[in-house]
Design a protein around this ligand. Structure first.
Ligand code: NAD
Length: 260
């Protein structure tokens, strides 16, 4: 087991990519905190994961709320005795052309992706520093941390911003053996993406199959979606890597959509 008795605080873990990371980490021996806006789904996920192995708990949190984030991290520490891994993963998508982008929606998206990353990082770092055990901070970026797409201005800006944040955490955290890295997935068929397929078909006046083939997967080497397990395996690599040799990095997992 690569994460035996480690404690992982995972935001947005009641669905999609975050949920799969929680499942894989629990299988590797970690205690997992399913921190999500959707408390019912978080509890259900925790119950499912916890039934045959290490413990899991669900906590309700809106990652844009300083108070709620601090309280959720404290609950995790009170339950499991510390935090070793933060996966800052909660996210949404909103698309509009720039000239029509409502300011309120721009701010909402940035708050979830960037304020959420900052608030959870700050709350977890204190415990990682105090424990003397160090830790691993992992941000859920995207190919959109490296590339742009039309209609996704705040998403692309936020995902690029996470790389900057990770580099600062890598520098400040090194003395405490805290590492920080970013995972940059291509399209993964989660509820976040399922919602976009009919929306884009309508906007672009093409079929849903064409959206998948000619828009989402067009630049991949093999026309395949990235899977939640692909992303979870990269998270496992970052979380279990034993030294500061691997820090301040961003790794793209996208079937070759983006190549560095
Ligand atoms: P998802 O919609 O399946 O899950 C997102 C989860 O985040 C949900 O459980 C939701 O309740 C939670 N959430 C939303 N707002 C929140 C808030 N304010 N506070 C706490 N929790 C909140 O989405 P997903 O596809 O699994 O996306 C997870 C992350 O992966 C996001 O950051 C997304 O940008 C990123 N990502 C996804 C893809 C993809 O193709 N699916 C690709 C690259 C990156």
């Amino acid at each position: 087991m690569k994460l035996k008795d480690k404690v992982a605080f995972i935001t947005g873990a009641a669905s999609g990519i975050g949920r799969e990371i929680a499942v894989v980490f629990a299988r590797e021996g970690a205690h997992v905190v399913i921190a999500d806006l959707n408390k019912e789904a978080a509890d259900a996920t925790a119950a499912e994961i916890g039934k045959d192995g290490p413990k899991a708990i669900g906590v309700a949190v809106d990652v844009t709320s300083e108070e709620q984030v601090n309280a959720a991290v404290q609950t995790a520490v009170d339950t499991f005795g510390g935090i070793d891994i933060l996966i800052s993963n909660a996210g949404i998508q909103i698309v509009h052309p720039l000239e029509d982008f409502p300011f309120s929606e721009w701010k909402k998206l940035l708050a979830i992706h960037l304020d959420g990353a900052f608030l959870t990082t700050r709350a977890c770092l204190k415990h990682m520093y105090a424990s003397g055990r160090g830790g691993s901070v992992i941000y859920m970026g995207s190919v959109h941390s490296k590339e742009a797409s039309m209609l996704k201005a705040p998403y692309v800006a936020a995902k690029h911003g996470l790389i900057g944040l990770a580099k600062v955490v890598a520098k400040e955290g090194a003395a405490h053996n805290v590492r920080a890295n970013v995972i940059c997935p291509g399209f993964v068929r989660t509820p976040l993406v399922e919602k976009q397929i009919p929306e884009q078909a309508k906007t672009l006046g093409i079929t849903e199959q064409q959206v998948i083939k000619d828009v989402m997967l067009k630049e991949t080497v093999d026309g395949e979606f990235t899977t939640t397990d692909d992303v979870a395996q990269v998270a496992l690599l970052f979380a279990s890597f034993p030294s500061n040799a691997l820090t301040g990095q961003s790794l793209v997992v996208s079937h070759g959509w983006f190549m560095q």
